[in-house]
Structures are given as C-alpha cells and as structure tokens.
Design a binder for this molecule. Sequence first.
Ligand SMILES: [Cu+2]
Length: 814
Amino acid sequence: MYLKPHASRRRKKEAQNARNNRAEIVKALSQGQVSRRELFKWGIFTGLGTLANVNGLSPFATSAYAAVPTGVPRSPTFGALPFTQPMPRLRLEEPHDLVPRANGGETELAFPSYLEEPAARRLSYHTDFDASGRREYRNPKFSGGPMEGRPPGEYFAHQRWLEYLPKKGFIMTLGRLDDGFSFHPNFPDQDRDSVWTFNSGRNEDAVLPPPLMKMRYGEPVIFRHYNQVPDDPKKNNGFGSISQATHNHNAHNASASDGASNAHFFPGQFYDYHWSTTLARADMINTNATDRRASGPDGDGGLNLVKGDFRELQSSLWFHDHRFFFTAENVYKGHLGALNYYSGPDRGNERVNDGVNLRLPSGTELDWGNIDFDVNLIISDAALDEEGQYFFDIFETNGFLGDLMLVNFAYKPYFEVLPRKYRFRLLNACMARFIRPGLINQRNRWVPMTVIATDGNLMVNPVKVNQLDPMGPAERFDVVVDFSQFPIGSKIRMLNVAEHESGERPKEYLSRKDAIDQDTDDPAVGTFLEFRVVDRVKSVDNPGKTHYANAPDYSRVPSQLTEQIPIIDPVRVRHIEWKGTDEPGELLRDECFPDCDERNIREGFGWTVRINGESNHFLNANRVSMLVPRPGETEHWILSNGSGGWDHPIHLHFEEGITIDRGGRKLSALERNVRKDVWRTGRGGQVKIQVTFGEYGGAYVTHCHNTVHEDWAMLARYDVLTDPTDPKQSKYHVSVVPTPNPTKYGVTFVDPEILPEGNPFDRDFEGGVGKDDDDEKMAASINRVAASEPSTTRKTRKSRKKSKRARRKARRRK
Ligand SMILES: [Cu+2]
C-alpha cells in the first residue's frame, strides 16, 4: 500500500500536508513550545501516546497511503541507485599517551602538552569547581557551571584508578556536522544541525562515518568526551537533546563510566569516561594473572597478562548516547561509534602463532588490531523529509523506522574484497528495526557465513549458517565469509528479509525469493550491501601498500574459540517482565525522574517493567528496581514479554549473560549457551539467562533496546554493591549510591528508593539474603546512603516509601 506511481496528485498532496503538520508538532514538542499534556487535551495523542488518526496529521487517517513503515511519505532518493558508492571504512580514532604525575596525594595523568588539555583525574573537576569556584574549572561556554559534567565526589570518582590506571587518552568532540556530508552523492548535503556526531580532539566540526576506537586488554583508557552541540535546545532541526551521556556497550566498567546512571552533561562541558578494560571475574578467577589466554597484545609480539576469566573476553563493542528519554533521537543523530576490543586470543593479527592467538581474519601489517580484512559494518535505517534532510518522528512511540538502509552511514554502498577470508562485525544500529541478514550470490543462492561471536563474545564453537538469526537493535554478530570460492568480478550481496509494518516488531521474515524480489511494502527489505571480488585492494593498516589477490591468507577459523562457562545453581532467580500497562489504553502514573517537566512525562507511559510479579513501573532513575547485594553471586534472570504481540530486545548493562532456555520454545544454534548482552524476548516469549556480577559497584540499567520503547521509559535501574572486605573494591559503593540530578549549573544528588521486590535484604524477598549478623548490618546500611556530600544531598521520598510499604503489606494480608 505504498505510494504507487499512479497515486493521484490530490492524495500525494494530502499525505505531504499530513507530514508537514506532523513535523510542525514534532518540532514544537521537541523544542518545548507545546507540551504532551496539551497535545493529549487536544486529542492529538492517543492513550498509548501514539499520534491520533486525525485527518491532516496522520497519513493513515484518510488514505491507506505511503506510510509503510515510517508513517510518512517515502523518503526521496534523488535518483540514487543501489551499489553506486563505495562503503566508507569507519574513521580510525588515535589515542594519546598519558603520563602519570603526583598532585596533592592523587595520581593524575598528563596529556601531551601541545594539546593543552587538563590532566585526567580520579575525581571529577566538578569537585575542584565546588571546592574553589575558580575560573579555570568553569565551563568556558557558560561561566555558571563546572567544566566537567561528571558528578562531584567519590560516588563518581573513577573506581580502582591506580589498579586500572589509564595509559591512553582518546579525546573527541560531539558537535554540529561539518559542511559537505550526504548519505549518497545524489542526496543533498545534510544541514549542520540534522546530524550531531564526532570529530577528533577539540575539533567542533563533526564528520561521518562514525569513529572506530581500537582497545586492548591491559591498556585502560580515558575517553574525554566534549559536548559542543548548540546550547539552544531549539537549534536541533526537530530532534535531539543538547545534553548527552555515553554508554560503552557493553564493557566491564564502573557505573560512573557506564553512561546510564543519570549523569548527562551539557554543551561546553566534557566528561571523562574510564574505560578500564577490566576482564570480568578479575577478583575471582585467574587473580594472579597467570593464564596466558587472559591477556592483551603488548604491541611487540608478546602479551600483557591480566586478571580475570578468559571466557569473558569481549571483542565487538560500540558506544552510543544513553541520555534517558532522548536516546533514540541522539543515537540516530550521530552519537555512536565502534569499539574493537583486542585480546591475546582475538589479536587482530592472523599470522602470529603463539598457541594463544586464534589467527582470525584481520591482516598482518600491525602487531595487533589489523583491520584490512576485519571490517566493521554499522547497519542503520534513515528517513528523509521531502528536502532530503534527516528526519525523526518523536511521535512514533511504537518504534521509529527509517525506509533507507545505510551501512557506515552510506546509502546501499558496495565494498571491494579480495578472494580470501574476511571477518565482518555486524551491528544493528537501528532505533527499532530488526534486521535479518544473509548473503546471496549472483544466482540468488545463499553464501554461507561462519558465526564466531555474538554481541562481542566469542562462541565456543563457530556455527555455519545461511542466514543469521534476526538482530534486534544493538545486537551484533561477528561472521567470517570466505570469498576465495568466487572468481574475480563476482558480486555477493547482503540481503535483509525482516519485514516491518510498524516499529513494534518485525511483521514477518520473508523467504529469500520474496525478499530479493522486494515483494513487500517495506523498502528496507532486500539487498543493501554489495561485495565485489577484486584482484587488489588498498591497505588501511599500512597506507600506501596494496594487497593482491594472490597474497597468502594466513587466517584461520579454529573449531574451538573459547571454553564454555557452565550453567550452575543460581543464588537467586529473578523474573523481569516487559509489558504494557494492565488496562488497555491506560497510562501508568508514577513518580518520574528526570525530566518530568521537560517532556511532560508525568502524563504517563504505556511501557513498564515488572519485577518478580509485583507492580508495574516505568523508569524512575531514582528508584532501584533490583539490588545485587554481593559481588560474585550468580543469578538467573527470566526475561519475559508480557506485551503480547510485541517484541522487545532486552539489554543488560555491565555484564553479559549466558542464554539458557526460552521456556517451552527452541533455542537456535546461535543462541544455545552463548554469551550475549541483548536478548529478543519474542512475541509473548521468554528467555532465561545466567549472569554473575562483580568488580565494580554503582547504578546500572537493564532496558528494552528498541530505543523508542526505551525513551518511553522501558528501563529498570539496578545497583551492584561492592564487597567491603575486599580492599581492591570501592569502599564508597558498598551501599546504594545517590542519584545525580544534572543541570548546566552543576550536579546535585537525591536519595533513591529501593523496590522491596528487587531487594534481597527485604524481609519479604523470596530467596532473600540470609539473616546472619553481617547481613543485618548491611541491610541496615543499604537504605542509608552515606552522605559524604551533605551540602548537595537533598532528602526525598521518605514518606512515600512508607506508605508504599504499608499498601504492600495490606495487599499481602488479603
Ligand atoms: Cu521494547
């Protein structure tokens, strides 16, 4: 039912008017000129928060027109044909050396002096700003607030600073797009405020494609992130928040550097994220760092051994915005990049033969981190308005879908390959779109792929498939494709068979034939990337060098890549249900934090999370939905979909989980016992995972990674406590930490509440923590936030908590 060439001019105009009206309201809402409350009153929003079928607003209202899947007319393509532009490689971001020096009892890290950067410190510069108020610590763009957005004091100090002391520093600026970028040469250039993305250092003119940062175990880094988007929220071309937060998805970092503890920062500020490269279980397994598999490349043919469990090594990660309630639009707008983590086994060098290196396809020019034959593919969908400007519809609460497929932010590109093995790191960076990729040859037959990693975790045994499993937003697959079977001149294309009608879930996974023929209303189905087998390619690892088709391929895909972590009896089982509200059309009214006023979120949400069968809640960043009381404990989580025909890709921050089962349904070969950080629940389905927590403490989240559902508050905060008896672990995170409340003038803190159904110290918690003396003491302390910053801590919600408990008890008695 898409726009057919014979559609009448009148209907075309009608749909365009609808789009323009809708865009006007989106803009007004995004810029705060109108509130959701007013829109509800005028009948423009429906109960679930979606745009009403009002004539002149929704193209669905008067004609079953265009609309699939974006709800607005098809994006113009300006005559651009598929596979007519080369795919850009990601922009490699180079780090700087950091030099430690003593300063007032602390060890700080100096950047090279020519950069004129303030040193990297354990405590935020917000602490210096509070203590001294001196000009040098102020935001240079706005003299009222601190220059660093990281909250002050010990809760947001870098944990285990000296133990994981950064050796390198990345500096990047998120800013307005530089002139001259388009998604295809035929498309118009994007306005500077249609895209906000990165450039190196303090360069405020941002560029696409997104950056790639190469990380390695044993080399902790500081990522200094400057925010230089406009400080006027109205200058956003209709979508995008000027405040930002960066989540390293899904590295093992302290909560202050996880980017999802309500610590966003503002234009003019920077935020120092400590990406520690901590290998999980560092406090439990291989604690003397003697296992050569638990290691990172030393740059000189050898290894730096690290503590932790080699079975938890990670490879293909990424980073993206995580500003609560604005994540979809900020990520779509360009706040993202790729992170390749390198280790002894996954070295990024296919020739070194030392018994540890797996020699996966990569290259040989560099000691580690070769990417000549190891290629990041960031797959995303885009929508353009009639002028060709990037477009986002913040009305679309089911999930925003674009109708143009991009790879590394280029519209349907081609990529030249040699006839040899390649590794591809696929990332679904769409907001709501599921994709299901496969490769086809020129006779439209499947070309098999060997899957070596799921969500950046090596599989124990690689699995050969014709089609990948469906990928929800943020899911990754690392695959090896052998092009040596094809003559020079061959073309192999990547095919998406996942068809959407709306953002709530894929409608159907089409047959290969129907997908190739694009027998669908969804323009994102079909081929979207072409590989061309050629006889020579230019090296990116050694610029100036050319690789030829007859050069030896040293790479291998061993039949075993790592070892299986066994499924054990858990300390506790939690049931986490992802659902709508219980009454159809009802909005859940609940306390909300942050941004209640900014977006009139107090009107409520349709999306909620329910822990262990108790009440529905949407995100309140100041409410701990689950507490993980002791590091090292292994839990089983049952993630279930209580919202019927929808699907939700559920993401867990900080730790990976092992997929155990799907209730009564079958697991695929790519799911069984694998480690992941995003799980599709399936329609009405559930999935059980095993997860162990440790090394760091603080506030994290688990949430739906359909980022539109996420922005409609489908998240739950969980806190991990550190072990007070372990001197390596933070002594400030042994109890629940206060919640930052960021403003451009600085950050204050509020005291959180803890849901009893998520608190193993609660009397009513099933399978709760035992009641010996130590537990009693800890139980007393977790509800009392140690107030090391009394002047900035305000107390809230005491009375509310009491009445809630009383209500709960009354209900239990019934
Ligand atoms: Cu969802």
